[in-house]
Design a protein around this ligand. Structure first.
Ligand code: MG
Length: 195
């Protein structure tokens, strides 16, 4: 990997990029997500404030039926005020929660599907600027359809789409959910690699 130094930072060493916590200014604890504000020391010695979300991590599953169609869930997302089309997903219950087991559980609860094969596609940080969240994406194949049993506060509807149809919705902006877009791309790239 090559690094390019930006003007003005020319005399700074890369080892000095780190920001360190001086103190926590506030914390709003939640069930799986907490909000926190820290005062930090910048590499040049100045101080700054960093507000961010402490997140236990999450999993998402791309469920692909034997005929190649994908099982999505439609649900209302309060922060964006819209009904979204997403792949099934859920937060981890803590550091001891096994991501693959959580992925199978979310798949079952939200779509009713059980999977014979679950393979990890990738893990990514959705928002490094303001969240500690890591999200693991799995591909589920060998699906058997069943009856969904969502959480009490979860209202979801199953929508089955072919890849082309789904990708057209990404292009048109109807599907904007990051993990869903990334999962669709990662699956197609994996198929290219396996050719
Ligand atoms: Mg869920």
């Amino acid at each position: 990997m090559t690094t390019k130094t930006i003007p003005g930072a020319a005399r700074r060493k890369t080892a000095e990029l780190r920001e360190t916590r001086i103190r926590t200014l506030g914390r709003l604890p939640g069930k799986a997500v907490s909000f926190r504000v820290d005062e930090v020391r910048l590499p040049d010695g100045r101080k700054a404030v960093r507000g961010y979300m402490e997140h236990a991590g999450a999993v998402a599953v791309l469920p692909v039926l034997d005929d190649g169609r994908i099982v999505f869930v439609r649900q209302h997302r309060y922060p964006v005020g819209r009904d979204t089309l997403e792949i099934p997903a859920g937060k981890l219950n803590g550091p001891g929660d096994d991501p693959a087991a959580r992925a199978r559980a979310e798949l079952g609860e939200e779509t009713g599907c059980t999977a014979r094969r679950l393979t990890r596609l990738l893990s990514f940080w959705p928002s490094t600027a303001f969240s500690t969240e890591i999200l693991h994406i799995y591909l589920a194949r060998g699906l058997r359809e069943g009856v969904p049993c969502p959480d009490e506060d979860e209202f979801v509807e199953t929508v089955i789409l072919g890849f082309r149809e789904a990708w057209a919705l990404v292009r048109s902006g109807r599907i904007k959910d990051a993990k869903t877009v990334i999962a669709l791309q990662a699956w197609k790239i994996k198929e290219l690699e396996n050719r």
